[in-house]
Design a protein around this ligand. Structure first.
Ligand SMILES: Cc1ncc(COP(=O)(O)O)c(C=O)c1O
Length: 432
């Protein structure tokens, strides 16, 4: 059975972020429960990265299954232009309630990239509707916002998009001053970033539609973390200059950083927020871009040209909205933030232990995210050493995907204390 699936996979499939020539055979997963995945050979894997940062309450949670099943029996899908439904409005109300106070309007789509694309298009059209041409963006060096063209433009310094460079929109970038235990260049790096921002604002302000930021944590470039005071000051600078601020909380949203959103760490608030990944607890694709009323108002007019002519076929899918509502309910019912605190405590304890290994550096932790660099592996994305290390983790029952030489953990919140501690013990052993 296993071989048959692999044979078919090899014949018909093309996997994301995978070089089929050099990668190991994919693992055939048959089922999952809680923090564990089970393959067709009887092996189990601890999902220490929440299946690409989405799973919150655990795989195959009964409450989630019931919610999806019940909604599917009632209404599985309806177009969202000219129609609406209870799961969509209830979820929008909930999102408006839990996101920063100034955010009041929800636009649904299907994934993180589309939530970013929508934020960028709305920012440009907001200025257009006001009779101004502002089409350029500011972003952080190394930021990642997804793989569609707009998202690639603001993420072009992530290193993934060389073939498309000539097709991407112009964008201005400033440095991300990352923190880690023992970094004594931080103040210098922050001052450099502030200088870069001042220069961009001074010289390009009139052309800039918006700035887009992964608040506090840059995920795909290697779980880099900045200070909340730095983020706060950056946001203040852009807002003071009348530039729209977009927070891409696709990864940081829904508890990852220790609070519901990274925005909750700072006073200044974004004008637009992008949400996806954990929105449905990792069950079904769904994304939401949430806007301030000031932005939304510019699109409400008798003139049809002011309409936001954008939509995805599966926008506001009722089953996905229902899953999201259940996932948000579980945050309260499960006392999820207590679990998040415990994960953070275990990260702190275990990384303390792990950092005795002299090959480990740049330890950084925020909420449920823990990361460090491992000197024995080259810092090149997709290098053979990095693939070998990933395979070694899998052979030991740990699902971890190093990014270059960065190893990070971001487990589902349901992970049992014992299982997380045992995973760290194995990790310590492997890295020795
Ligand atoms: C911050 C951020 N934005 C956007 C995306 C794109 O999301 P998706 O893969 O759902 O398109 C990602 C994906 O990792 C992300 O981390």
């Amino acid at each position: 059975m296993n071989n048959e699936i692999l044979k078919k996979d090899k014949s018909y499939l093309w996997h994301p972020f995978t070089q089929s020539k050099t990668s190991y055979d994919p693992i055939v997963i048959e089922s999952a429960k809680g923090e564990k995945l089970f393959d067709s050979k009887g092996n189990e894997y601890i999902d220490l990265i929440s299946s690409w940062w989405i799973n919150t309450h655990g795989h195959c949670r009964d409450e989630m299954i019931n919610s999806v099943s019940n909604q599917s029996k009632k209404l599985e899908q309806v177009l969202f232009a000219g129609f609406t439904h209870k799961p969509a409005v209830d979820l929008a109300q909930k999102l408006v309630h839990i996101t920063p106070k100034n955010l009041k309007r929800v636009f649904y789509s299907d994934n993180g990239s589309t939530s970013v694309e929508i934020a960028m298009k709305v920012a440009v059209q907001y200025w257009f509707n006001k009779g101004k041409k502002k089409t350029k963006f500011v972003a952080l060096k190394g930021g990642y916002h997804g793989d569609t063209f707009g998202a690639m433009s603001v993420g072009r310094t992530s290193g993934f998009y060389e073939p498309f460079n000539d097709m991407l929109n112009e964008c201005f970038f400033f440095s991300f001053p990352e923190i880690w235990k023992g970094n004594n260049e931080l103040q210098k790096n922050e001052l450099k970033a502030f200088d870069e921002v001042r220069k961009i604002i001074k010289e390009e302000k009139d052309q800039i539609a918006a700035v887009i930021l992964e608040p506090l944590v840059q995920g795909a470039v290697g779980m880099k973390i900045c200070r909340k005071e730095f983020l706060s000051e950056i946001v203040r600078m852009f807002k003071e200059s009348g530039i729209i601020v977009i927070f891409d909380e696709v990864m940081t949203g829904f508890g990852r950083t220790g609070k519901m959103f990274a925005s909750n760490f700072i006073k200044e608030q974004p004008d637009i927020m992008c949400l996806a990944k954990s929105l449905t607890g990792g069950f079904i694709p769904l994304a939401a871009t949430v806007f301030s009323e000031q932005i939304h108002r510019e699109f409400v007019a008798m003139d049809f040209k002011k309409t936001f002519l954008h939509g995805h076929t599966f926008s506001a899918n009722p089953v996905a909205c229902s899953a999201a509502l259940t996932s948000l309910k579980l945050f309260d019912e499960d006392k999820t933030f207590k679990k998040i605190k415990l994960i953070n405590k275990i990260h702190l304890e275990c990384l303390n232990e792990l950092s005795r290994n002299s090959n480990i550096s740049k330890v950084r932790i925020l909420g449920t995210i823990a990361a460090f660099d491992y000197q024995k592996v080259s810092n090149v994305y997709g290098s053979s050493e990095s693939l070998l290390l990933r395979q070694k983790f899998l052979d030991n029952g740990l699902l971890l995907r190093p990014i270059g030489n960065t190893i990070y953990l971001m487990p589902p919140y349901c992970i049992q204390e014992k299982v997380l501690k045992q995973s760290y013990e194995k990790l310590i052993e492997i890295l020795q």
